[in-house]
Design a protein around this ligand. Structure first.
Ligand SMILES: NC(=O)c1ccc[n+]([C@@H]2O[C@H](COP(=O)([O-])OP(=O)(O)OC[C@H]3O[C@@H](n4cnc5c(N)ncnc54)[C@H](OP(=O)(O)O)[C@@H]3O)[C@@H](O)[C@H]2O)c1
Length: 267
């Protein structure tokens, strides 16, 4: 019989995280679902418990708060959970001129997408190294492979996730701990709810019609956990785009990104 794992999954209340939770629950793992919304997590847990025999626990926490990683570690220790798989998926983006972003919003995004991810990798990675077992899956983005004007700090935050993942994958490989990184392109989730619809018309790179189905992104994430590999860019078109970046000067790639990402209402 397949061994049941204890999986800590952040950003499980919606989008890619929710789809991964649904898929992992069918494999009967014990899931600890984390996001800010306790109500949504409880409803998801109740629904998954009805449909599967997985053990589903929820823990509401704002991961953009300093100390959030430590609080999550303390919660898992108090419950005596040994985390076999950590999935750092919670995150959000801001499509805006960098100089116009509200400073508090910028701080929250960087704390969530960068600092908390690094701290959770450190805290749970150390436990996994001690046990000489475990897997960490970090969700980056195709935005992390080049400069992304108007999505600047978000793209940079995902470049951090990508480089952190690939570096600690090497550090931890000899200790039996696997670190991998999923890089989706635009995916049809609530991620885009934060962007004003008038900023992205049908010609924009983020247009609804061009987004990948969330289920296929979650499948790529679960496949990465199951089949191995370090970094996976989701979708052939995204893979070609990222590969093509290597053959152009970085300034040219940044200029192309600017054309693709510039919000419609910005002059
Ligand atoms: N959608 C895309 O086009 C796309 C592309 C590439 C990469 N990604 C990455 O994929 C990941 C998941 O995004 P998604 O597309 O699935 O977006 P989503 O549907 O908006 O889901 C985001 C998840 O993160 C949680 N979250 C947000 N802020 C949080 C906070 N401060 N503390 C704890 N949890 C928080 C949300 O739950 P609560 O609101 O309940 O807290 C939600 O469960 C993100 O890291 C994103 O950067 C997305």
């Amino acid at each position: 019989m397949k061994q049941v794992k204890t999986i800590l999954l952040t950003g499980a209340s919606s989008g890619i995280g929710l789809e991964m939770a649904k898929m992992l629950a069918t494999q009967n793992h014990r899931l600890i679902l984390v996001s800010r919304s306790n109500e949504r997590l409880e409803a998801i847990a109740a629904d998954l418990a009805k449909k599967t025999s997985a053990e589903i626990l929820v823990h509401a926490l704002d991961l953009s708060m300093p100390q959030a990683a430590q609080q999550l570690l303390s919660y898992c220790d108090a419950q005596q959970f040994e985390i076999d798989i950590l999935i750092n998926n919670a995150g959000f983006g801001i499509l805006e001129e960098h100089v116009k972003i509200a400073p508090e919003k910028l701080r929250q995004m960087l704390q969530l997408n960068v600092v908390t991810v690094a701290e959770l990798c450190q805290a749970f990675g150390a436990r996994m190294k001690q046990r000489r077992a475990g897997t960490i899956l970090n969700v980056a983005s195709t935005a992390g492979f080049q400069a992304t004007p108007y999505f600047a700090a978000y793209g940079a935050s995902k470049a951090f996730v990508l480089c952190l993942s690939e570096a600690i994958a090497k550090e931890l490989e000899d200790a039996g701990v696997r670190v991998c990184c999923l890089a989706p392109g635009p995916t049809d989730t609530a991620f885009f709810d934060a962007i004003k619809p008038q900023q992205i018309d049908e010609g924009h790179y983020f247009k609804k019609a061009g987004r990948t189905n969330v289920r296929s992104v979650a499948e790529a994430g679960v496949a990465l956990l199951t089949h191995g590999g370090t970094t996976r860019v989701v979708g052939l078109a995204n893979q070609i785009m990222i590969f093509g970046n290597r053959f152009a000067p970085r300034s040219v790639v940044a200029a192309i990104s600017k054309r693709l990402l510039k919000p419609v209402n910005i002059t």
